[in-house]
Design a protein around this ligand. Structure first.
Ligand code: ADP
Length: 495
């Protein structure tokens, strides 16, 4: 292989040798500089280092070994490969040449092909060496940058006021947590590392959260109720991203403690609601009085305006009642009055309540009641079922079917719980909103409240009721095909 344009410095005090080597190398495409004196060669090499040097041993004033030692002592020329050419052929001459720093030794008279082969070998070796060196430097640089990034991450991790944890996927086992996490959860480091979210009972929603850990979607600001070590509940917003550590993928959880913010928010909402309810009720009374005609009859237009007023006042009252209801269930001010009841009757009652709405919307309501005994608050379960049926009807087109059925679930050959499902053929719910719709004021479409008359609180109330019964509620959906809301309630347990 000919390395084009490699720059070769040839040093020989015999002009014939010099000419022979120079023309032979030039013919092969090398760039050749030739000098007859060692001192001139050193200066030339320092000013413009060549890729390789061919060096005669026997020269007057400064011999080849001395020239080589000079070049090897200088940083600018140290790495240039030097091949000796000499008529001396004893072993000690060769050893001396290698000791001085030469890479090879060719004895005169030389074969042109041999010289060329050796030059090419050493040029290739040098090129590979340079490549290795620059790759090594690049690697070192990458290591430095990575170390720097790791140090930065570690500092942010340690000092962040946000609780942060790194957990395994899919088990959710803690491998690292920061100080803020420990102070929020009340656990010591030893009590957390190596244990999983489920083992530590960090929240009623842990199972749902763990199932999301297994999907590929990142999580942003998911509301999560964290159970601290002392048993108190903290509201946190949880974000999840995946990170690679030593080739394995982990979940990086960053929390935002919003307990205090939520407390103030709840206080504010409940205060405002109480304050609004009295004047609104009185306003409703006035509107009712107007509509009875006792204060004089209204024009058609006046009646229309009055109807709009009544509709909006009713919506506001519904909203305020929902807010207060949710607030009372959440704060435990309303306890569920649980008793033995027949699920079939509750399903029938909810269907009866929703029948007229279904008829108005031309929806066929099919219910398959399941006679099974529950220990539950019947009014609250009916409230939950009617809410689900009402949503199913609201978000379906005319002529569609809404179907409610239930099935017993067995564990170890014993019926342990019951699953009630409400299925519709409506517009469906986007996958990324299947969980958030159970939060307060969360609606898939901002116009839902106005157009469908909802408050965005129904599902939050349902979830609270079901949780008070130690059950769970969730939704499955396919866009444009329909949704199914499932409720699972434990049986045979007097809780
Ligand atoms: P709303 O009073 O608005 O119905 P909910 O809490 O009951 O409040 O429901 C929240 C939102 O979830 C609704 O506004 C709607 O966007 C969506 N949703 C609930 N049920 C269904 C359903 N069966 N089909 C489609 N979307 C639904």
């Amino acid at each position: 292989m000919t390395v084009p344009k490699a720059d070769i410095l040839v040093i020989d005090d015999t002009p014939e040798n010099l000419n022979l080597l120079s023309s032979m190398l030039s013919d092969r495409g090398y760039k050749v500089r030739s000098v007859t004196k060692g001192s001139t060669a050193i200066r030339g090499a320092q000013t413009m280092p060549p890729d390789l040097i061919l060096l005669d041993v026997n020269m007057p004033q400064m011999n080849g070994y001395e020239v080589c030692e000079h070049l090897k002592a200088d940083d600018r020329t140290r790495d240039i490969p030097i091949i000796f050419i000499s008529a001396l052929e004893t072993v000690s001459d060769k050893v001396k040449a290698f000791q001085a720093g030469g890479v090879d030794y060719i004895t005169k008279p030389f074969q042109i092909e041999e010289v060329l082969a050796r030059i090419e070998t050493h040029l290739t070796l040098r090129q590979l060496q340079n490549q290795l060196r620059s790759q090594n430097e690049q690697l070192q640089q990458e290591i430095r940058e990575r170390k720097h990034a790791e140090e930065k991450f570690a500092a942010i991790f340690r000092q962040s006021p946000n609780p942060i944890a790194i957990v395994t996927i899919p088990e959710g086992r803690f491998i690292e947590v920061n100080f803020s996490f420990l102070s929020m959860s009340g656990y010591t480091l030893d009590a957390v590392i190596g244990y999983s979210i489920a083992q530590l009972h960090l929240g009623h929603d842990s199972a749902t959260f763990l199932s999301r850990l297994q999907t590929d979607e990142p999580i942003h600001n998911l509301e999560f109720e964290l159970l601290t070590r002392s048993g108190s509940v903290k509201s946190i917003l949880l974000s999840l991203d995946r990170i690679e550590i030593n080739g394995a993928t982990y979940a990086l959880l960053i929390a935002n403690d919003i307990t205090e913010r939520k407390r103030l928010e709840n206080e504010f909402i409940s205060l405002v609601s109480h304050e609004l309810r009295t004047p609104l009720t009185s306003m409703m009374g006035s509107l009712d009085l107007l509509s009875t005609g006792q204060l004089g009859s209204l024009t058609d237009q006046g009646q229309q305006v009055l109807n709009i007023g009544v509709k909006n006042a009713e919506r506001l009252i519904r909203l305020i009642n929902d807010i207060l209801d949710l607030e009372r269930i959440r704060s435990g001010k309303i306890t569920m009055s649980k008793q033995s009841c027949n699920l079939a009757e509750l399903m029938a009652q909810a269907t009866e309540e929703m029948q007229s709405m279904a008829d108005r919307s031309c929806i066929q309501l099919i219910t398959e009641p399941l006679p099974i005994l529950l220990h539950a608050d019947p009014d609250r379960i009916v409230q939950t079922l009617t809410n689900l049926l009402s949503n199913a009807i609201k978000f379906s087109e005319a002529q569609a079917i809404v179907w409610m059925h239930a099935q017993p679930l067995t564990l170890n050959n014993k019926t342990s719980s019951v699953r009630i499902s409400v299925t519709d053929q409506g517009r469906g719910i986007p996958a990324n909103q299947l969980q958030t719709i159970f939060e307060r004021f969360q609606q898939v479409d901002a116009s839902d409240a106005r157009q469908k008359g909802g408050t965005g609180l129904g599902l939050a109330i349902c979830r609270n009721i079901i949780e008070q019964h130690h059950g769970k509620i969730w939704a499955e959906s396919t866009i444009s095909k329909g949704s199914t809301f499932h409720i699972e309630l434990p049986l045979n347990v007097v809780l």
